[in-house]
Ligand binder design. Structure first.
Ligand code: BG6
Ligand code: MG
Length: 223
């Protein structure tokens, strides 16, 4: 029997649009300026992690004995955000990843609620640029949570705002921290990426083009 979830909670960066790449490029530039190398492999540990925690991970990686004051850290994080904002300046609906808008439309057809579960302060602005805001019943961004991913708070906050039990929710993520967050929230987790990083996902596809509503629902129904 087909069993439909009552809500889909989408991560933004790396799921709806490829801003995960822009976060990587901005962190890499900032890190280079303080002589710390950030490569793609290390970047996997930054995906889904909020701004200040990401900076802490970078500083820890390049620890040289220098202690950064809080003021210095805020200045570094602000500089990274300036690089990032420059990179996302020209984002428009053509930057929506393949298959995502179809999925949102199918959610609507089935009266499945839609929420955003993002760690980013820039989330609402990006959804606006993509012209997707009207699909969303609720938006969780960095301002709405105390504990970032991998804590479940991002996803539980979205579910309770929608008034839907975690068991009836599907969460979609490209980050290991995000899949952990969804699983801890007691929801069905969908990973976008490879098994090396996202083995804990209940359902995994390589990229959003392979994320088909019917296949996902078939797997959700069998759980
Ligand atoms: C997450 C990204 O969605 O948002 C992280 O995966 C990013 O890479 C985090 O650091 C915070 O984003 P922002 O826009 O608040 O700096
Ligand atoms: Mg992401």
């Amino acid at each position: 029997m087909v069993n439909y979830p009552k809500a889909f909670i989408y991560d933004l960066d790396g799921v709806i649009t490829d801003t995960a790449e822009f976060h990587f490029l901005a962190w890499q530039k900032l890190a280079e300026e303080i002589n710390i190398s950030v490569d793609r492999q290390f970047n996997e540990q930054l995906k889904g992690i909020n701004r200040m925690d990401s900076l802490d991970r970078i500083l820890e990686r390049g620890f040289s004995g220098r202690i950064f004051s809080n003021t210095e850290k805020v200045a570094l994080a602000t500089r990274k955000n300036e690089y990032y904002l420059k990179l996302i300046e020209s984002i428009d609906p053509s930057h929506i990843l393949p298959g995502i808008e179809t999925l949102l439309q199918k959610n609507k057809e089935r009266h499945i609620k839609i929420a955003l579960g993002s760690a980013s302060n820039n989330a609402s602005a990006i959804l606006d640029k993509l012209e997707l805001t009207s699909y969303f019943d609720y938006i969780v961004d960095a301002s709405k949570v105390k504990k970032g991913k991998p804590d479940p708070e991002t996803f539980t906050t979205a579910a309770s705002a929608l008034g839907i039990a975690p068991d009836d929710c599907v969460g979609i993520e490209d980050a290991a921290a995000g899949i952990e967050s969804i699983n801890k929230a007691g929801m069905f987790s969908v990973g976008i990426g490879n098994a090396q990083h996202l083995a804990a996902a209940d359902y995994l596809v390589e990229d959003t083009a392979k994320l088909l509503f019917e296949d996902l629902i078939a797997c959700y129904s069998k759980r």
